[in-house]
Ligand binder design. Sequence first.
Ligand SMILES: [Zn+2]
Length: 169
Amino acid sequence: MCADCAEGVDSVPMEPRRVPRKQIPTPVQVDARPSVILLRGLAARCPACGSRHIFSQFFRMKDRCPRCSLKFERVEGHWIGSLGVNTTVVFGAMLVALMAITLTAFPDANVPLMLVVEVSLALLGPLLFFPASRMLWTAIDLLMRPLAPGEIDPRFVKVDPYRDRPTGP
Ligand SMILES: [Zn+2]
């Protein structure tokens, strides 16, 4: 290669390459396994940091986690998903109860017991599962959509896609 050629290559102005910012999954960002994030949600704790002081009363929750400052309503309409989780779990429980009663009473049918159990589950299930369904949905949402920069206190982020992005090639 001659000196002129090398000079020519060097003098071509380099356009800055537009590289889409790499998304880092939430489990990597907060250094917790997906199962741990889901279990925290199921226990009505903050999925990101595990804080348990989310609900001031049974049906009244805080907007943000008091520990890691995660805003739970990540997008408008976020809680529609928790409604879906709640409905699915309660229907699942009703189905399991129905099958259990049917199998234990087979070949007879214990209709009064079925009615009492199913109606109780239908009425109380969604209320009792309310806190867990909200945090479980937030956990699922965090697993599907990684944390955006600034969404939680940086002290709770082990790998930040902006702060810790590799420099150079
Ligand atoms: Zn938190």
